[in-house]
Design a protein around this ligand. Sequence first.
Ligand code: COA
Ligand code: MG
Length: 293
Amino acid sequence: MRSFLFVPADSAKKLDKAMTSGADAIIVDLEDSIALDGKARARQSAAEFIKAVSASPKRPYLIVRVNGLQTGLTDADLDAVAPARLDAVMLPKAEGGAAVIHAAAKLSVREALNDLPDGHIKILPIATETAAALFVAGTFAGASPRLLGLTWGAEDLSAELGAQMNRDAQGRFLDPYRLARTLCLAGAAAAGVPAIDTVYVDFRDANGLRRECEEACRDGFTGKMAIHPAQVAIINAVFTPSPEALARAQAIVDAFAARPDAGVVGIGGVMYDRPHLVRAQQLLARAASASRR
Ligand code: COA
Ligand code: MG
């Protein structure tokens, strides 16, 4: 999955629009975009929306962002949306694998109550929203087979750190957030799951978004979250491997297949060894799984 579009759960119009946005996944938000006194109503509308669309063919992947485990709101969120057969929950302010284990236990109960197979609902943590979370970003490996990927956030982290801003004048993330981004990437790789890049909030700036997508793709992220439908096409385009990249990857795989004993091969005057083979195989696998969706 390349694009994950956030939609506030209390906006029926945006929920409808998200369905035709081209996003691979929709994140129905019960957390930051919903005021405290609107939570109950938002839970209801999230559940109604997911019930209405979950059976439609070729629908996007359906994620609900619940409120974090620290808030005391998570149980009511899960009670409301579990009967609607969502695909996954996004867990904000997650602090390491322990938070995933905690959320997984809550999900097992709801699955049993709603006749869903155990493990049906996956978990996508936002792994860097608190200072403490940074120190346990490497603990997601093996926490739960529900782990769908890891993503990261800079807004709550900058509030927690007491920072005045998180990007420089050119729009690039400052050091504390580059660290959080890297910890997300490494934490995801250590856990064997995809890393999903954070949102680009300046939704009229298509060039800035494209640059950030290209940098994320270059560094190993496989997708990015969006806050506006106009961001989806750019994200999908950048995170879809180009025919040239796929052909190059195939050539590397073919060259090693032709010489199974070789540790290193030369193609067109360039050396490729085992790490190049692994990268090529990963790219081809990602393209194959995207085309099956
Ligand atoms: N999902 C679906 N549709 C959306 C959307 C979203 N995230 N954001 C905007 N739209 C729709 C608007 O409703 C509007 O529809 P219309 O043409 O039928 O009127 C259209 O896209 C154009 O929107 P625009 O006028 O450019 O933006 P806006 O001022 O209406 O909305 C935001 C701006 C930021 C409030 C809105 O994009 C939004 O709610 N984003 C998600 C916020 C969120 O979930 N945050 C939490 C995660 S960080
Ligand atoms: Mg937040």
